[in-house]
Ligand binder design. Structure first.
Ligand code: SF4
Length: 65
């Protein structure tokens, strides 16, 4: 089973914590909201930490069959 990252960009406040915690998977866009970097591969432990650290709980890890 693989996992997919989802960001609710409507509630992202641009703290940058996710990009600092998991820089292979997240970056801040020009609009100062987080975006998922392409080709980063499977979400890893750093991504799980970013989910925990996000101050507005904007990041989800979804399981896919
Ligand atoms: S940690 Fe959360 S609020 Fe901060 S930039 Fe990432 S998604 Fe946005």
């Amino acid at each position: 089973m693989s996992r997919r990252i989802e960001i609710d960009r409507d509630i992202c406040i641009g703290s940058g914590l996710c990009a600092a915690t998991a820089p292979r998977h997240f970056a801040l866009g020009e609009d100062r909201r987080s975006r998922i970097l392409p080709d980063a591969g499977e979400p890893d432990e750093e991504v799980a930490d970013a989910v925990d650290f996000c101050p507005v709980e904007a990041i989800s890890l979804l399981s896919e069959p």
